[in-house]
Design a protein around this ligand. Structure first.
Ligand SMILES: [Zn+2]
Length: 612
């Protein structure tokens, strides 16, 4: 065997199988066949090479390898013998007959490989089964035991079919389970939702007593008519519509009725701008109803509405039946309608300090009150009592956010920033037992120190600033020394070391280190690649001798899919972070600390209880 031919064979095999192309390169394939034709030894060599490629965990490589194998199988008796000796493994690697060894990624190439391998096997059987017993045995084994139908387009063994069926059943069971759980939740909460809606309706009725006059809730509570009729001008509107209805029956009545509204005939139109909002003012009589109304509204809007949306999404995902979906959609629309109609109501609220006029020190905190209201009420109280914080007036802005923003305290120095002379210090009486009435001088001396304390704000700088007293002093191409004054490292010349008058390192160890670094740099950028020199040569001879750096990373040679990238799912990414060695170590450390602390506490308790 010729060594150069062997090398060529290896290169060709590698190129053909790792191209990543769906079709083989015909020129290279021809070269390969030409070498194989020389002798059986080359065929053996080629088989070994292909066999190792076929075992690689990449479907595209396997597909290309299979294509080469198919070509050689049809041409070489020796190759057929070699392959049939390892036929069981070959079938596992290409047809996925053993489900413990599934075909590798990418999926598309794996599918193509499987289908082409089945087709090839059928053709091989048709042509060569008489001469090769193993081939016909394998074919019959697949047809009978694995129930493979070779004439069908989708070649699927019974095992695979069973697996797919199981997966399908599992999915269906999961869907059914999740639908059942949603149904359970719906049954549990549906009545609650309806109750809340009906309570809201009652509150609405209580808050708007004029409903009968304006016919707000005529036939259905939250009908769309609320928006158009719930108005002071509703009466007029209604009369007009009624008059138009009865127009056909009696012209006279219409005329009379229209005249009552100042209209001469039916041709004249009057557009009435309707105020769509119902305004009520909070007072002691209705405050409980309003609070109840607010609570119910929040419950419906923040809890039940998102809940129903979530149910709908779940049911849609799991393919629920029409009846259930329409039931849920009705519920959702009912909530939406209610919320929309409730927006008609505008409540003028009274502030808390208006409500309780008596200024007692006890702050009543309701059981469920949000933080903003709580702090607002707190700050209002402190302002009233003349605390350090200035009682700032609420800014007269229309922005409701600014109005509800809490007022925070700040230091006295900031309060008297512009006129510091106004700053007064509370007098502290010295605890002198000799006399009951203190003299003025003593008071003054005690307060003078306090004044400084109130009017100054010191922020001390921790640490001590040490100025840099040295320069880099590395020799520059100009013959001078580098004048940069850095503390540790010069950005151009690296770590700063002691140097003599000419810029050479004073310490031999430093000199050695610097020399090594220089050598490394010169290797990376050799002298004959000096840009000035290259430019000169190019100008004189016109030849560019610049050696381009090879691109970083491995050169892109083939179109093979990067399986690592295909494998990068969100789960894998998170897994690599959460289950990384470092993370696990950190968690273990934290758990150990906790455990130790617990043990220590336990020990302390038992120790103290023993001696008490
Ligand atoms: Zn320097």
């Amino acid at each position: 065997m010729d060594a150069s031919k062997c090398k060529m064979l290896a290169d060709l095999c590698d190129d053909l199988t790792t191209s990543g192309e769906p079709q083989l390169n015909q020129f290279k394939l021809k070269d390969l066949k030409r070498i194989c034709r020389l002798s059986d030894q080359y065929v053996c060599q080629c088989f070994e090479l292909l066999w190792s490629q076929l075992k690689r965990e990449h479907a595209e490589i396997r597909l290309s390898t299979f294509q080469v194998i198919d070509e050689l199988f049809r041409r070489s008796h020796k190759f057929r013998e070699l392959l049939l000796d390892n036929f069981q493994t070959y079938l596992e690697l290409t047809l996925e007959i053993n489900l413990d060894f599934p075909l590798p990624l990418p999926k598309k190439a794996a599918e193509t490989l499987k289908n082409s391998a089945y087709q090839a096997l059928r053709k091989w059987h048709e042509t060569y089964s008489t001469g090769y017993r193993k081939l016909s045995l394998a074919y019959n084994y697949l047809r009978t035991c694995h129930q493979v139908d070779f004439n069908k387009a989708d070649h699927m063994s019974a095992l695979q079919r069973q697996r797919e069926q199981e997966a399908k059943l599992k999915l269906e069971a999961q869907q059914k389970k999740s639908i059942d759980s949603v149904i359970g939740q719906i049954n549990e909460h549906e009545q609650d939702i309806k109750d809340v809606a009906s309570q809201l309706r009652t509150c609405f009725k209580l808050l708007i007593p004029s409903q009968d006059v304006f016919d707000v809730f005529d036939d259905q509570l939250f009908s769309s008519r609320v928006t158009s009729h719930a108005t002071d001008a509703g009466g007029v509107d209604k009369s007009v519509s009624r008059s138009s209805q009865s127009a056909e029956s009696s012209e006279e009545t219409v005329g009379d009725e229209m005249q009552q509204h100042g209209l001469l005939n039916r041709n004249s139109n009057i557009n009435i701008e309707l105020n769509q909002h119902r305004t009520i003012t909070e007072c002691e009589d209705n405050t409980d109803v309003i609070h109840n109304f607010d609570e119910l509204k929040v419950l419906l809007k923040m809890k039940y509405f998102p809940m129903v949306i979530g149910w709908l999404a779940k049911l849609q995902k799991n393919g629920a039946g029409q009846g259930l979906m329409s039931r849920l959609i009705d519920l959702k629309q009912m909530i939406q309608r209610s919320l929309k109609d409730l927006d008609v109501l505008v409540i003028h609220r009274i502030r808390d300090d208006d409500m309780d006029s008596d200024d007692d020190d006890l702050i009543e905190v309701p059981e469920e009150v949000d933080e903003v209201t709580f702090f607002k009420s707190r700050l209002g109280m402190t302002g009233k009592r003349g605390d350090i914080s200035p009682n700032l007036e609420q800014p007269s802005t229309s922005n409701p956010l600014l109005q509800s923003a809490p007022v925070l305290d700040f230091g006295l120095d900031l309060k008297y920033w512009e006129n510091p002379e106004e700053l007064t210090v509370p007098e502290i009486l010295p605890n002198d037992l000799s006399s009951f009435v203190p003299t003025k001088e003593i008071c003054f001396s005690a307060n003078s120190g306090l004044l400084d304390l109130y009017s100054s704000r010191k922020i001390e700088f921790s640490g001590k600033f040490v100025p840099v007293k040295w320069t880099c002093r590395a020799p520059l191409p100009t013959g001078q020394l580098c004048p940069r004054m850095d503390r540790v490292k010069c950005p151009f010349h690296g770590r700063i070391v002691a140097r003599d008058g000419r810029g050479k390192p004073a310490n031999p160890a430093d000199a050695e280190k610097l020399k090594k670094i220089m050598e490394k740099q010169s290797q990376a950028n050799p002298e004959w690649q000096d840009p000035a020199l290259l430019a000169d040569i190019k100008a004189q001879t016109g030849v560019n001798l610049k050696v381009e750096r090879p691109p970083r990373g491995r050169p892109q040679r083939s179109k093979l899919t990067n399986i690592n990238k295909v494998n990068k799912t969100a789960r894998n990414r998170l897994e690599s972070k959460v289950l990384s060695r470092r993370a696990i170590k950190r968690v273990a450390c934290a758990l150990n600390t906790l455990e130790n602390k617990k043990l220590k506490d336990k020990f302390c308790h038992s120790f103290s209880s023993t001696f008490s």
